[in-house]
Design a protein around this ligand. Structure first.
Ligand SMILES: [Ca+2]
Length: 177
């Protein structure tokens, strides 16, 4: 019986020693996983894959030459309709490549927020699908358009569908996240 007991104790000590040896290896392999994840995040331009603004382009149904001022990272510059709001005024953003979009934020001059807005998205600039419609956009210089879940798209088309008998539609800057 004594021999059996000694044998069991020896076995127990051996297992403990083995586990101790494994622990640092496990920590090292965890570090490896972390490193790989970080590298992946860098190569995919962040979790959502939204390209930097320098890779975007933007056109408009009116004053298209001013449209790039809506994506120049400066809230003092912007695009506007230079006429009162009426349905069909449109801005189209090309991100340069596909991304997962959660939110589009547009900054306006006071009172120049879009009255109503339809946001459509596309991967090929041919087939568009509606991602959001806001029938009455709140009076604010910052309009946040949130999607239900991430929307995969390269092109985002925003169409103003409301009317105002006085104010223009102005977009000082567009942020997408
Ligand atoms: Ca701007």
């Amino acid at each position: 019986m004594k021999v059996v007991r000694i044998f069991i104790i020896l076995m127990f000590l051996t297992i403990c020693a083995c586990e101790k040896e494994k622990a640092p290896k496990r920590a090292a392999s965890l570090e490896g996983v972390k490193e790989k994840a970080q590298k992946r995040a860098v190569s995919f331009k962040g979790a959502s894959g939204i390209p930097p603004k320098a890779e975007w382009s933007v056109t408009a149904s009116l004053n298209s030459e001013k449209a790039p001022l809506a994506i120049d990272n400066d809230r003092n510059t912007g695009w506007n309709t230079s006429r009162k709001q009426s349905p069909g005024q449109r801005l189209k953003i090309d991100l340069g490549s596909e991304a997962n979009i959660n939110e589009v934020i547009i900054f306006s001059r006071p009172k120049d927020h879009p009255r109503s807005l339809v946001v459509e998205v596309s991967s090929d600039d041919k087939t568009y699908r509606k991602a959001k419609e806001i029938k009455r956009v709140p009076d604010s210089t910052e309009t946040v358009i949130s999607f239900k879940g991430p929307v995969q798209a390269r092109y985002i088309r925003m169409t103003q569908t409301g009317e105002d008998d006085r104010y223009w539609w102005t977009v000082k800057e567009i942020n997408i996240r």
